[in-house]
Ligand binder design. Structure first.
Ligand code: AMP
Length: 505
């Protein structure tokens, strides 16, 4: 595989280049390669069934990245499980994926009830096994073999294991290094936990190009002073995060070019990129380019992208998600499965070599979401979108965010979009409040923009007045609640569930 060959070349030619930096550890390419050889050699001694996954538990430690490479060099895909994943979900993953081995890179016990799977501490592997020669390359995962399996939340509430093959990952990486200005041994911030595939957007492009990853840990996110000290120390060039994480950083006025003078690229993915956030970033980091990218885990991280220029900011009230990568096709289908015309809304279907073979051990769910289109693997995203006359794709919310309130059909994200257009709103989420049987009313959770109203009710009525110009009265939320910041999930997206709990307290 190209990725592993590249890392091996860097490890041989520049063994002392730093591959990964965390608050208390660093590892060079030479060490990364050697230690992962030892992990691979250990895994080989376990004589596991071919392609049986290995569950890797931890949080942004160098040992986790060593274990990723160790697994795939031994011919086994890995399942990254971050420490933020609750015990119940870990148990579900273990029962459904049936991993052959668990490597725990933390010093805490794995929170699972019945770990009927051999579990070994990472430290033990390096102690037990003397340094060995290289693992024969013929063992490496290849072609259609799985490289990793990432568990995403399913709409049914049970997580689904998305299988990403060597070919899927390589298609994504080829695009990253060809189409984005990220080559040249740059420093990449690594904000997303490894159980979220946004992390793949910095991890492997960094390692493939001889760059250095700089970890933004959970502890930093919880302690803004520490986070900003570490951001300064990173001197990063490439920023990859959800828009929500950037929005959190923007709340501090010192988040600007002086803090990160070398920053040249912002890569966003995972949720809507609000134009206001992009505008602030462009003002505070005038030399950095800002890219909006889009894609689900099922199609390997991202499949469309666009650089947000001043012109696009001026022309588009919502930001486009751009054009598909070269080897990939986007179809927009109506409810009957027919292609829609330009400008019309349809479900986004992704066709191409980045699309996963399906969910591990779940053929029915796989058949529902995946199919072949003209001989290529295709995935129904459940996202709605339309294409403008320039061939730019726009995201228009989840098909399943469509709700009915008092018989009216509406989309929460449309209301959110209209809210975000009010000059009094910096960021907004709309939450349906139900009685158990049906939706009773809508609640707007809002971070207000700067305003001069003395009382909240005055602010609310000004926002409602703005809304009434754009949407029918039945779509205007009944209640408004204001926040200084909105809670995020462990993956760095807006946490709708938690916000609902907070407002219902
Ligand atoms: P995940 O599999 O967790 O990465 O979530 C994928 C979903 O996130 C997509 O199907 C979209 O609904 C949403 N998403 C990803 N990127 C964007 C984006 N740039 N703009 C809007 N929504 C996005």
């Amino acid at each position: 595989m190209k990725l592993l060959h590249h890392i091996r070349n860097i490890a041989h030619n520049q063994p002392h280049t730093i591959a990964y930096i965390t608050p208390n550890q660093e590892i060079t390419y030479g060490e990364l390669w050697d230690q992962s050889e030892r992990v691979a050699a250990f895994i080989k001694t376990q004589t596991l069934e071919k392609q049986l996954p290995i569950l890797l538990y931890g949080h942004m430690d160098v040992s986790l990245v060593v274990s990723f490479l160790g697994s795939v060099k031994a011919g086994h895909p890995y399942i990254p499980v971050d420490i933020s994943i609750p015990a119940e979900r870990i148990n579900h993953i273990i029962t459904s994926a049936k991993p052959g081995l668990i490597i725990n890179t933390t010093n805490q016990l794995l929170p699972c009830n019945d770990c009927n799977v051999r579990t070994i501490a990472f430290e033990q592997i390096l102690v037990d096994l003397p340094a060995t020669g290289p693992v024969d390359q013929s063992n490496w995962v290849k072609g259609n073999d799985n490289f990793y399996i990432i568990y995403t939340s399913g709409s049914t509430g049970t997580p689904k294991g998305v299988q990403i093959s060597v070919n899927n990952l390589q298609s994504f990486l080829n695009w990253m290094v060809e189409d984005f200005p990220i080559n040249g041994q740059l420093i990449f911030l690594n904000q997303a936990p490894y159980s979220f595939d946004l992390s793949v957007m910095d991890l492997y492009p960094a390692l493939m190009t001889g760059g250095t990853l700089f970890a933004v840990t959970k502890e930093m996110i919880e302690k803004p002073k520490f986070l900003f000290e570490e951001l300064r120390r990173s001197n990063a060039h490439v920023w990859t995060s959800t828009p929500s994480f950037a929005q959190m950083c923007l709340m501090d006025p010192s988040f600007n070019e002086d803090l990160l003078p070398e920053l040249s690229v912002f890569l966003f993915c995972g949720e809507v990129l609000p134009p206001g956030i992009c505008q602030q970033l462009m003002t505070r980091f005038p030399r950095a380019k800002c890219f909006n990218t889009y894609g689900p885990t099922e199609a390997t991280v991202a499949v469309t992208s666009i650089e947000i220029s001043n012109e696009i900011m001026k022309d588009c009230p919502t930001l486009p998600i751009g054009k598909p990568k070269q080897d990939t096709q986007i179809l927009l289908l109506d409810e009957n499965g027919n292609l829609v015309s330009n400008g019309e809304k349809g479900e986004i279907i992704i066709v191409g070599p980045g699309v996963s073979k399906g969910y591990l051990g779940q053929p029915e769910l796989t058949d529902k979401a995946f199919f072949t289109y003209k001989g290529e693997q295709a995935y129904r995203t459940g996202d709605a979108g339309f294409m403008d006359s320039r061939g730019h794709l726009f995201y228009q919310g989840r098909i399943d965010f469509q709700i009915k309130l008092h018989g009216y059909r509406m989309e929460l994200e449309e209301i959110e979009y209209q809210l975000s257009q009010s000059p009094f709103v910096q960021s907004a989420l709309v939450i349906p409040i139900d009685s158990g049987e049906k939706i009773e009313y809508l609640l707007a959770a809002i971070i207000p923009a700067k305003h001069t109203f003395e009382k909240e009710y005055q602010l609310t009525s000004a926002i409602k007045k703005d809304l009434s110009r754009m949407i029918p009265a039945y779509m205007i939320p009944r209640k408004f609640t204001y926040f200084n910041e909105l809670p995020m999930t462990a993956n760095g997206k807006m946490d709708r569930k938690r916000i609902k709990e907070l407002v219902l307290l």
